[in-house]
Design a protein around this ligand. Structure first.
Ligand code: UD1
Ligand code: MG
Length: 456
């Protein structure tokens, strides 16, 4: 039986989140919870994936537009069984796996094991044993030890409440079994809902064996109902990522103060100080050192570079041996050649900075190309925008730009040229020339400052 349908329940409101955003769209590590579930689901290569939507249905359709999924609308939330029933007509003839959109950390391995147990005579149920089972459905077993029913907390007797083995909600069965059982569900229970969990008793009655498996760790099956649980799962997830990095040879000042919202790949002997956030795809070469409180997004930082505290780097490629920050802001399109330096309070955008060139302090360099060994003095601005269009600045090898220079683009500064401090350069400067546009300094010897008139 190779065909596989996956049904993800995501129609609930998530009242306890107290949010305008549907619960399953709240992000964990920068990604909506339900997207985590979809990404794990896709590793099982299902024939179809169905997402049951209800609350915030339109927002979900938009947020999940990039996934190849079929939506099933549950207009009214009448319980988990009713939710799965909305997707019933779309199911194939093989196995069906049921997942929850608010259980984001589930692992592929746990699901593979669960599915392996399913055939005409067996179904699979993922259970977890918890010290505090409150809120969960309890697994009732018969004398032979077989699971024969799930009793919801609100319907349970005091003996049943003492059971610590809980329903994770995740189960797998054949499509035929599901199509037999779902129409038989009744809502005669404490919550007046159609419980998916009642299919366990139906299986037992038919003599179909419920094979239970456990996840590798309990955190995998933890669901999110409120913001505190959300924050806890986020930290659990981040700590795992931190552990993995340390295993790979990365030194972390504090694994509890690191946030990766995407993919971070590191070479050996990378050091990351506290409070750093990595977003999208980031690569750090061997020996890179990142100071405290940096934000790095979709960038590649070459080996042996040092990024000082409070730098914000986005869409940048640094070749290696670079010195960046403190307080540098590198925007998309920044390309640093080997040994280029970008210092404090410098903003760059669409800027190629040649080997060994330096922009050490308080500058804006945008839509520019700098050759090798260029020195850009403090307070230099590339005036790249005329109010309508962007223009480029070209600064050739070994040019020296004096402090507080305005380079009015489009403009080219020749090789080895020197710009006097305080100049506004609106015309090209020849190779090895000196250009200064500030007025000459006037000096009056023994100049007497005006003094205050004294009243008679
Ligand atoms: C459910 C299980 C319980 C289990 C627990 C694990 C049932 C009856 N109970 O209880 O045994 O221990 O999960 O967390 O299944 N949903 C819909 N439509 C609905 C109702 C729910 O899409 O009409 C979705 C929710 O968005 C959520 C999931 O199903 O993703 C679970 O619903 P929830 O109300 O949280 O069920 P629990 O009461 O927690
Ligand atoms: Mg729940």
């Amino acid at each position: 039986m190779h065909e596989l349908d996956i049904v993800i329940l995501a129609a609930g409101k998530g009242t306890r989140m107290r949010s305008q955003t549907p619960k399953v769209l709240h992000t964990l590590a920068g990604k909506p919870m339900v997207q985590h579930v979809l990404d794990t689901a896709s590793t099982l290569h299902p024939d179809r994936t169905h997402v049951v939507i209800g609350h915030g249905a339109e927002q979900l359709r938009v947020a999940l537009a990039e996934n190849s999924v079929q939506f099933a609308v549950q207009a009214e939330q009448k319980g988990t069984g009713h939710a799965v029933a909305q997707a019933l007509e779309q199911l194939g003839t093989g196995k069906v796996l049921i997942l929850y959109g608010d259980v984001p950390l589930l692992k592929r391995e746990s699901l593979v094991e669960l599915l392996a147990h399913v055939d005409e005579q067996h179904m699979g149920l993922l259970t977890v044993t918890l010290d505090d089972p409150s809120g969960y459905g309890r697994i009732v077993r018969n004398d032979a030890g077989n699971a024969v029913a799930i009793i919801e907390q609100k319907d349970a007797t005091s003996t049943q409440l003492a059971i610590k083995e809980c329903n994770t909600g995740i189960m797998a069965m054949t499509s035929a079994q599901l199509k037999r059982w779902l129409p038989q569900l009744s809502s005669e229970n404490a919550q007046g809902e159609y419980y998916l969990t009642d299919v366990i008793a139906m299986a037992a009655e038919e003599g179909i064996k419920v094979r239970t498996t456990q996840p590798f760790s309990a955190v995998e099956v933890e669901g999110v109902n409120n913001r505190a649980q959300m924050a806890r799962l986020e930290r659990a997830y981040q700590l795992k990522l931190a552990d993995k990095l340390m295993d790979q040879g990365v030194a972390l000042a504090d694994p509890a103060r690191l946030d990766i919202r995407g993919r971070l790949v590191c070479g050996h002997d990378v050091f990351i100080d506290v409070g750093c956030v990595f977003e999208g795809d980031v690569e750090l070469g061997e020996g890179v050192r990142i100071g405290p409180y940096c934000v790095i997004k979709n960038s590649k930082i070459g080996a042996e570079s040092v990024i000082d505290t409070h730098s914000v780097i986005d869409g940048t490629v640094a070749a290696g041996f670079n010195q960046i920050g403190p307080f540098a802001r590198l925007r998309p399109g920044t390309r640093l050649a080997v040994k280029a330096k970008v210092g404090n309070f410098v903003e760059t955008k669409n800027a190629e900075v040649g080997e060994g060139s330096k922009i050490n302090h308080l500058s804006y360099v945008g839509d520019a190309h700098l050759g090798r060994d260029v020195n850009v003095g403090a307070g230099t601005i590339t005036c790249n925008y005329d109010g309508a269009n962007k223009h480029r600045t070209e600064i050739c090898d070994q040019a020296f730009i004096g402090s507080n220079t305005a380079l009015v683009a489009p403009v080219t500064i020749g090789k080895g040229a020197t710009i006097g401090a305080g100049s506004t350069i609106a015309k090209d400067v020849a190779d090895y020339a000196l250009a200064v546009t500030r007025s000459r300094q006037l000096e009056k010897i023994d100049w007497q400052r005006p003094s205050k008139r004294t009243e008679q």
